[in-house]
Each structure stands twice: as C-alpha cells, then as structure tokens.
Write a protein that binds this ligand. Structure first.
Ligand SMILES: Cc1ncc(COP(=O)(O)O)c(C=O)c1O
Length: 396
C-alpha cells in the first residue's frame, strides 16, 4: 500500500479491510470431530454425506455430489452429459478461466457468447447466432453471485435442444425468480475454494434434479465406480475427485454462517450502489430484475468518467489503491486469453469471435471490489466511497 495518495492529500484509508475467511469454535470443533472419528475419507465418514444432502437442499436441488473443486465439477458435468471431443459449448467470455478450460479439458470447444454491457452476464439474445449443429450445451455463469438471465437461457436451450450447466461457483444462495440456482438447468456446479463465500480452502459441489445424472456425476468423480457395486468394479473411466471429511466438516459450519452473511452483504451492496451512483462517472453493474437473491461474492462497477476528462480506468485503479482501497481490474476476456485460443486451435475449433462488451469491460469500464469489502462496516464503505469520489474528480 502506498503512503502517498497520487492525487493529493493523505490516503483515505491506512488500515487493512476485513479478512477472510470468517470462522469460529464451530469449525474447530467440527474438524476435531472429523479427526477423532478416524474416518477421514468420504467413503466411510458422515460429514461428506451430510453435506451433499444439506447443500442440495439449500439450493433446492434433489441431489448433490461433492467434488474437489468447481473446475472439475464443470468437467464432470460435461462428461455426465456425454459432451466431449468435437462438441461445442456456449460460455460467456467475461468469467474465470475455468468456465472455458473445464470444457477444453474434456476436448469440447468453448464458443464465446458476449455478455450484456450493463449486467456482465451472458446475453441470451446472442445465443441463436452462436449455435451450430455441433453445439451441445450452454454454460451460463452466475457472475459475482448474480444469476444470469435464466428465462432467456432456458428458452434458448429449449429452442435448440441444448443442455444447461449453471456455473454457480460464485453464486451460493443466489436465486432467479425465487428459485435457487444450480438445478434450474440440468446440472449446476459450485466452488468452496478459499475466496468463496462458503469456503473450506478447496472443494466443490455438483447439483441436479435428475437421478440418472446424479448417478453419473457420482461415478465420474469416484473412479467410474457404481453405487452399490464392488470396490474394484469400474463401469466407466472416471477420476478420483472425492473431497475429505475435514473439508465437509468445515463447509457444513460455513453453510450455517452463510445466510446471515449473505443478508449483510446484500444490505451493504445496496448502500454502496446508492452512494457510488451519486459520483459522476460511476455506475454500479446492473442486477437483472429476475434476481431475487444475489450472493454478492464480489462487487463490480462501471467507470465512464474518462470520456468526461477523468482518469483512464487503470490509472483510476492505481490512484484508488494509493488511497488504500484494494480494487481489481476484473477479468481478461477469455476470447482474448492466448492459452485458451491456442487450445481451441489445437482441438480444431472455431477462432473465437470478438466480444465487444467483455473487451470494453476489461479495457475501459469495469472495476471490482472483492467480498471482504462488503463484509466490513458501513464506515469501511464510506471510506471506499470517499476515495472513489476523490479519484473520480481527478483530472489526468
Ligand atoms: C465462475 C467460476 N467458475 C469456476 C470456478 C472454479 O472453481 P475452483 O476454483 O473451485 O476450481 C471459479 C472459481 O474461482 C469461478 O469463479
């Protein structure tokens, strides 16, 4: 953190923001119970089984299958849906690399469908033009914890006979028109990686309402075994992607903490949006009207002040950091990621098309605060707003 503000005066903030994760004696006790049980793996233990039941119920899904992380959850979901080499899957470009790499890792080609400029969520109006006879699935991302437009996505999937995998890595507890995300489509995947709102260092969950898919998800993540089969009976090729009892013990406690944390972040985000919107050039990212619960995993806002003589986005971010406010530039669009483009080429896929909204988001507009900022106090947010107002008023 710089000791000097770039645009005059002393930095607005000189102390760190709230840390993450949040835990207490409950997690400590759960870990000890798992340790002393002597059942550390998911096969004999009780925590993983309980977590799968509780998390599925939390997302209003019939079935939950735990998995080592959200990335492999997506790959397993694709395998379970029979999607592989030569198939195309529609993904947004403005997301974490896993949404595309999970497809590439099973030989499928990600085809990028641009996001809406105001919401940063996949724009269903662009789906028809991206579909070819090779298209098999859509992977909408509930970015930052905001559900994508599931009305538009499910309608497009129905029009073209496509499967839907919801990438809900960031969207625990989120809901579209009152329906928790995850099992609105065929399969949904979640992450419990250390930055996430429900966290065990690493971990993931796949949810579905379809008993046959549940069986396949279970089998692919369990070395191709069959439920009720012999230990050395492998009916298909799968991976060992099981989580441990220690992870599940922690996640079960984190799950109990989550609803009040989500409610708190929702209030904080509303306050931050109202205050940021008062600053010329600052526009909070729009939340679609169908979103009835937002996870607020992260907070994104658009900076349009450069056009009116304000700082360019990256200079604004530098100035904000010098004010003691940790701010991020957001994703590099995956249609412009060299590793992704190269792998698509190697697999013989189509050259990714331009995605102007995602590219503009990165180059010019989008700035992001991570979740701990929303978990802090009102005073923390006031300092964030004060610093943004200061740098927004600066002239290059
Ligand atoms: C949108 C999205 N998809 C997938 C993942 C992958 O999850 P994991 O890190 O658990 O592999 C993440 C994690 O950061 C994510 O944000």
């Amino acid at each position: 953190m710089s000791t000097l503000a770039i645009h005059g005066g002393t930095p607005v903030r000189t102390t760190p923001f709230t840390g993450w994760p949040v835990f207490g004696v409950e997690e400590e006790q759960a870990l000890l119970t798992a340790l002393r049980s002597g059942h550390w793996g998911s096969i004999d233990g009780t925590f993983v089984k309980q977590l799968e039941i509780d998390f599925a119920a939390f997302q209003a899904a019939k079935f939950g299958v735990s998995v080592v992380n959200g990335t492999m959850g997506l790959s397993v979901a694709l395998k379970a849906l029979g999607i592989g080499p030569g198939d195309e899957v529609l993904v947004p470009p403005y997301t974490f690399i896993a949404t595309a790499s999970a497809a590439l890792m099973v030989g499928a080609i990600p085809v990028f469908v641009d996001v809406d400029r105001e919401t940063l969520l996949m724009d269903p109006a662009l789906i028809d033009a991206a579909v070819t006879p090779k298209t098999k699935a859509i992977i909408p991302v509930h970015h930052a914890g905001s559900p994508a437009d599931m009305d538009g996505i499910m309608a497009a999937a129905a029009r073209h006979g496509l499967k839907v995998i919801e990438d809900a890595a960031q969207a625990h507890g989120a809901a579209w028109r009152g329906r928790p995300v995850g099992a609105i489509g065929d399969i949904g995947t979640f992450s419990f990686q250390s930055s996430k709102a429900i966290n065990a260092g690493e971990g993931g969950m796949m949810v579905t309402n379809d008993p046959e898919l549940d069986e396949l998800l279970w089998s692919y993540r369990n070395v191709g075994r069959r439920r009720g089969g012999e230990w050395y009976e492998h009916v298909r090729l799968g991976w060992n992607l099981r989580i441990t009892e220690f992870q599940a013990a922690v996640i079960l406690e984190q799950l109990k903490r989550f609803p009040s944390q989500q409610a708190y972040r929702t209030e904080q985000a509303a306050y931050l949006s109202a205050r940021l919107a008062e600053i010329p050039g600052c526009i909070p990212v729009k939340v679609p009207e169908g979103v009835t619960a937002h996870s607020w995993y992260s907070y994104h806002w658009r900076w349009l002040g450069h056009a009116d003589g304000g700082l360019e986005k990256h200079a604004l971010a530098d100035a904000l950091r010098a004010e003691g406010i940790p701010v991020f530039h957001g994703y590099v669009p995956l249609n412009r990621n060299a590793a992704v483009v190269e792998e698509i080429r190697l697999l013989g896929g189509r050259e990714p098309a331009a995605c102007p909204n995602a590219e503009r988001a990165e180059a010019e507009e989008i700035l992001m605060f991570s979740m701990p900022i929303l978990m802090g106090t009102r005073g923390d947010l006031d300092q964030v707003v004060e610093a943004v107002a200061k740098v927004a008023a600066a002239r290059a």
